[in-house]
Design a protein around this ligand. Sequence first.
Ligand SMILES: NC(=O)c1ccc[n+]([C@@H]2O[C@H](COP(=O)([O-])OP(=O)(O)OC[C@H]3O[C@@H](n4cnc5c(N)ncnc54)[C@H](OP(=O)(O)O)[C@@H]3O)[C@@H](O)[C@H]2O)c1
Length: 272
Amino acid sequence: MVRELTEEAMKERFDYLLFSAGASVSRHFAPIAASVGTTVVDNSSAFRMDPEIPLVVPEINGDILKGYRGIIANPNCSTIQMVLSLYTVHREFGISKIVVTTFQSVSGAGRKGINELMAQIDGQEETIHFPRKIHLNVIPLIGEIKEGFSTEEWKMINETRKILDDPSIEVFPTTVRVPVIYGHSESIYVETRKPFESEENLKKVLQKAEDVVVKDEIITPLEVAGSDLVYISRLRVVKSNVFMFWNVADNVRVGAATNAVRILKMHMEMKG
Ligand SMILES: NC(=O)c1ccc[n+]([C@@H]2O[C@H](COP(=O)([O-])OP(=O)(O)OC[C@H]3O[C@@H](n4cnc5c(N)ncnc54)[C@H](OP(=O)(O)O)[C@@H]3O)[C@@H](O)[C@H]2O)c1
């Protein structure tokens, strides 16, 4: 049943509400829903860095949902797939530094992003939502620049630290838009505090990460569209405490919808 989103409707108590209509809609309506006891899972950036609101990737920090009621924030898409691949490494060896370059699909900008690429493929020259033409191009800017980094890059810096519960991790991102429809890719360089010693040892720890697959062959976004897993490939050990890899996942599933549903399911299970 489709109903209009109104303040009145939000005052009706639901077990769960999933918000995915942008930050301004969430900021207006989610607190009303939470105030009557509804648990809200919010896809937008509105509450992610609020210290009172849990920012959750269930496989990593789902335990903080125990006994919690109110708004739960779903992280940024590029952050979710990166921390999923790295949380077991952080637990085992402690991550000190991450240098990441993203290759983010146009669907990360929503339906309008897909429409803009399609229109340009059909010959339209106009750019509306992206800062440059995206067809046959790459754009090294997502969001606006604020104190050196872009707003998308700040999300990766701050949300990684909040989810991994370690403000000392240094994160240096460059977020790039590419003419791919679904699936974000990331080239990631990692330094750990404790040495992991060998590639075999590192691989074992990476393989412990839930919903993450380590592959020997290269993985591209076309192959992961529609999947609920994160794919690690091109793993390279540079030193006993430094490694690099290629990380790919479906941004609208792993990076948004799947994570939101996993939050809801875990919250339900914890309530018993
Ligand atoms: N795409 C991703 O990879 C991704 C990843 C993580 C998080 N997110 C977050 O998820 C949210 C949605 O992103 P999206 O990519 O799905 O964007 P989108 O394609 O622009 O979709 C947003 C949807 O919200 C609807 N909407 C807006 N205001 C509404 C209202 N007042 N009542 C009911 N529906 C309303 C829009 O309907 P109309 O078209 O009719 O206006 C549209 O269908 C955003 O906050 C985004 O930051 C997206």
